[in-house]
Write a protein that binds this ligand. Structure first.
Ligand code: AMP
Ligand code: MG
Length: 404
């Protein structure tokens, strides 16, 4: 049997960061920057005021107080987006609004709250420090500075900086287009009546959502019946429009395991048993040049296999700097067993107390138990040589919280 680590490496080796494209700014949200963005101009790009008030020469206001205000002539009035028309001379002030350019000659801004708000002459009751409330050109970013390194996931915060720096377009790695192909004669659409022996196609909806959460662009390519011709046609169609194909079902030892039957013939997909629970039957390779990962049909197996093998590959294709989920140290809150010779990914809920994170196995661990999967917060990774975990033992968890 192949180890989880070995199959992980084989899965990651199927893809690389997709070639960069230039996109309008908002289309970059959630994508990974493929360029180092540098500042074409400084930020702020001119000295301006951070307060509504008066641009002054601080030296003019020596000794100003509530009992002895100093009076200055107001010689100009500047709003944000407009330019001062006059320099501040001794004894004068310019009324100025937040974001407006500082006039020549001024070295400080007096907030309107320290004044009588006069428009011809202004009476000022406090002395500002030199430079008070002045935002200096280049104090945030200097011209030519590296703003954001390549490899950064673009979120609203990077968008703000890119927009401020005048970038209407950026170069990003596109999100991989992922075909989600479920297989099985028993599958019906969620909400449709369940005739005897049929079940809802929960896998493809779960995996569509999981691809979105991983930052990919999923499209539903099934369900496809357990029919070799139908499956061949679906694979051909998807290979023409996907960066990655992911199937579920049809890869175990049964008589109607069509995925295995069809893809074994092409010779470019290998089917292996991976020493893990859940998720033992796995396959990966290519359809034409497009990578394919064939996940088992049991829903919990499909989910865990996605987490361990597909999510890192999607992140790699997105160009992410790291592909793995955060791992968290925890303490076992209730004893449970684990199969010898297999890595177990146990669904656990977590609680936090003064000992740290405590993990509890979430009910039955069968590969069809969707209730427990939905309630779980994390997967506890139990190494192959461990067959029993006791209360108080150390555990390593894969945190399943949503992330970027
Ligand atoms: P298979 O690997 O195709 O033999 O499927 C194993 C188990 O998973 C069977 O109980 C299937 O009914 C179930 N299964 C397969 N595909 C899906 C799916 N898309 N949604 C929910 N259950 C599935
Ligand atoms: Mg099946």
């Amino acid at each position: 049997m192949r180890s989880v680590e070995e199959h992980c490496r084989a899965a990651l080796a199927l893809g690389a960061a997709l070639p960069p494209i230039r996109v309008p700014l908002l289309e970059a949200v959630g994508c990974v920057l493929a360029e180092e963005v540098t500042a074409a101009w400084p930020l702020p790009s001119f000295d301006n005021t951070s307060m509504d008030g008066y641009a002054v020469r601080a030296g003019d206001l020596a000794g100003a107080s509530e009992s002895a205000p100093v009076t200055l002539h107001v010689i100009d009035d500047v709003a944000a987006g407009h330019l001062p028309s006059r320099a501040v001379e001794p004894g004068s002030a310019v009324r100025i609004m937040t974001g407006a350019r500082m006039p020549q000659g001024a070295d400080a801004v007096v907030p309107v709250e320290w004044t009588d708000a006069g428009t011809e002459v202004v009476s000022i009751t406090r002395v500002p420090d030199i430079g008070a409330h002045v935002r200096l050109r280049g104090e945030d970013v200097r011209e030519g500075d590296a703003l954001i390194p390549a490899g950064t996931v673009v979120t609203s915060r990077q968008i703000a900086l890119l927009a401020a720096a005048g970038r209407g377009e950026v170069s990003v790695h596109p999100r991989p287009r992922v075909a989600v192909l479920s297989t099985g004669d028993e599958l019906v659409e969620p909400g449709e009546p369940l005739d005897e022996g049929r079940i809802a196609d929960s896998n493809s909806f779960m995996l569509m959502a999981a691809v979105m959460e991983a930052g990919g662009l999923p499209h539903r390519a099934g369900p496809v019946p357990d029919d070799e011709d139908a499956l061949r046609a679906a694979l051909e169609r998807e290979a023409a429009r996907s960066d990655l194909i992911m199937s579920t079902g049809g890869v175990s030892m049964g008589a109607y395991d069509t995925v295995k039957a069809v893809l074994s013939q092409t010779g470019s997909v290998e089917f292996v048993k991976v020493a893990m629970q859940p998720g033992m039957p796995q396959g990966l390779g290519r359809v034409g040049s497009v990578p394919i990962i064939t996940l088992p049909g049991n829903p919990v197996s499909a989910y865990v296999s996605f987490e361990i093998f597909v999510r890192p590959l999607i992140r790699r294709m997105r160009g992410c700097a790291w592909v793995d989920r955060a791992r968290v140290d925890a303490i076992c809150g209730r004893a449970f067993t684990s199969p010898a010779g297999k890595t177990q990914f146990a669904r656990v809920t977590i609680d936090v107390d003064d000992r740290g994170v405590i993990a509890f196995p979430e009910g039955a661990q069968g590969s069809h138990i969707l209730g427990g999967l939905a309630r779980a917060h994390a997967l506890a990774v139990i190494p192959p040589e461990v067959t029993r975990v006791d209360e108080g033992d150390s555990l390593v968890l894969i945190d399943l919280s949503p992330d970027d």
